[in-house]
Design a binder for this molecule. Structure first.
Ligand code: C2E
Ligand code: CA
Ligand code: CA
Length: 439
């Protein structure tokens, strides 16, 4: 198996290289073979030098460091020490400025890297006020450092601040987030992601009409990870864009296999999109290239977005969705009914399918208001000329109710759980009957 989880040590043939930038010490890794997650610095080694450009911060997992600042008169003062749980080198990645201090390992250190690229993505995805305030505080702090003539040698008591930083980091679970961000980058590059396909069923015939692609992560240590654990973080850090591109490519090629195996070129593939997927300037061009390359048609592709995403979104999302629609793709609203009261966006956006959220399907057989909502969504769709898919169908009773309400397409564990590609191909192959009756 390809090794993709590794540590980088700055040791060179067993000898420590002192006081030289770490980038010189780190052995170049065979490209495509390994991706870095952690770095080891030996006691006495330089971690970063004041004035030099910095493209990462570090989370100290183990060990202790000395932070020193060179003053205008050239003298070097020790301003603080930090240990496990602290972040160092954060200033350069917030504002892209030079390192404001020199940091040296006092003990052997194990550091977890936070790259500037990841940090910038996270800031640009955050509320703009967060980014603005972080930069502002930093500018003022740099200014203060610059003008301060009162810096004194470290007297051994930065412990209160260090403890506060440590507690804050623990409470915010930032370490888990940093670790998972690094690991997810490795996952995308290192074949740890895969897709499962859950069929959509025509209720009247039991025939498979299409599939939804659902992302899975096989973590090298933790095993299979649930998407609701890693997708929100990938969305926050902006990594979702790369993951969606990967998923879109994979799903289009899977669809081609399904069409070939079944002889049914009306099968469609539904792919989940997140808000930041629409930020890329070459968004549509890239999708169309993949569709074309896979040998499927745009009208076989459904772009799934949640109702909540649509309600929060800006003009450029609407423009991107319009372009997708004009190119022939279908726009599906996922988790429909869980958003807010205004339905006006159904006119503003080029929506073609509503997927009724599974909570309503689950409750409709015992709760009149859920049933009322399902009925309303179906008649609304009828009036607007939209298709409807009932999500999360688990019982025969739900199916017969949906049949009475004239809902045509369903998806849920009653028919099939998300399947690996092989099982999905078996399902649509003529000998599988192209139907879910057997599952
Ligand atoms: P979703 O898009 O609403 O997907 C449906 C989820 O409901 C899936 O969970 C599916 O396994 C589950 N499900 C399907 N039928 C039933 C049923 O009858 N009963 C119950 N209880 N559950 C059912 P999964 O695969 O764990 O995905 C969870 C969520 O993660 C998805 O919800 C979606 O929001 C997100 N997700 C998954 N893959 C992707 C992806 O490729 N991109 C993005 N952006 N989000 C994804
Ligand atoms: Ca979905
Ligand atoms: Ca859903």
């Amino acid at each position: 198996m390809k090794r993709i989880y590794c540590r980088i040590t700055t040791e060179n043939n067993g000898h420590m290289t002192q006081a030289s930038p770490p980038s010189n010490d780190v052995q170049a890794l065979p490209s495509g073979d390994s991706l870095q997650v952690e770095k080891i610095f030996r006691a006495g080694q330089l971690i970063m030098r004041q004035g030099e450009p910095g493209d990462c911060a570090y989370f100290i997992q183990e060990g202790r460091v000395q932070i020193s600042v060179k003053l205008a008169d050239g003298s070097l003062v020790n301003v603080a020490q930090r240990g496990a749980g602290s972040v160092i080198g954060e200033m350069a990645i917030v504002d892209g400025g030079p390192r404001s201090a020199t940091i040296t390992a006092i003990e052997d250190c194990q550091l977890l890297e936070i790259t500037q690229a990841d940090f910038s993505k996270a800031v640009s995805n955050a509320n703009p006020i967060v980014g603005l305030v972080a930069r502002l505080i930093l500018m003022r702090y740099r200014d203060l450092l610059h003008r301060s003539a009162t810096l004194r040698d470290f007297d051994g008591d930065s412990s209160v601040l260090e403890r506060q930083e440590h507690e804050h980091a623990q409470q915010s679970r930032v370490l888990d987030a940093v670790r998972m961000t690094n690991e997810f980058r490795v996952a995308i590059a290192g074949n740890q992601l895969f897709l499962e396909y859950q069929p959509f069923i025509e209720i009247s015939s039991g025939r498979v009409v299409g599939f939804e692609a659902l992302m899975r992560w096989h973590h090298p240590v933790q095993g299979r990870m649930r998407p609701d654990l890693f997708i929100p973080l990938a969305e926050d850090t902006g990594q979702i864009v790369e993951a969606t591109r990967w998923a879109f490519h994979e799903a289009c090629h899977a669809l081609k296999n399904m069409v070939d195996a079944s002889g049914n070129d009306q099968l469609f593939m539904s792919i989940n999109f997140s808000a930041h997927d629409f930020d890329e300037p070459d968004f549509l061009e890239h999708l169309l290239q993949i569709v074309d390359h896979a040998g499927v048609r745009p009208d076989q592709i459904h772009i799934e977005i949640t109702e909540r995403l649509l309600l929060r979104q800006a003009q450029h999302v609407r423009a991107a969705l319009l372009q997708c629609r004009e190119a022939g793709m279908d726009i599906s609203i996922d988790d429909f009914g869980t958003g807010y009261s205004s339905l006006s966006y159904l006119h503003q956006y080029p929506v073609s399918t509503l997927k009724i959220d599974k909570s309503f399907i689950n409750n409709m057989t015992r709760d009149d208001s859920a049933l009322g909502l399902v009925r309303t969504i179906l008649s609304l769709s009828d009036n607007l000329g939209l298709s409807v898919i009932a999500e999360g169908v688990e019982t025969e009773e739900q199916v017969s109710m949906l049949r009475t309400l004239r809902c045509q397409v369903a998806q849920g564990f009653l028919y099939a759980k998300p399947l690996g590609l092989d099982r999905a191909l078996e399902l649509v192959a003529p000998k599988g009957g192209g139907s879910c009756a057997k599952l």
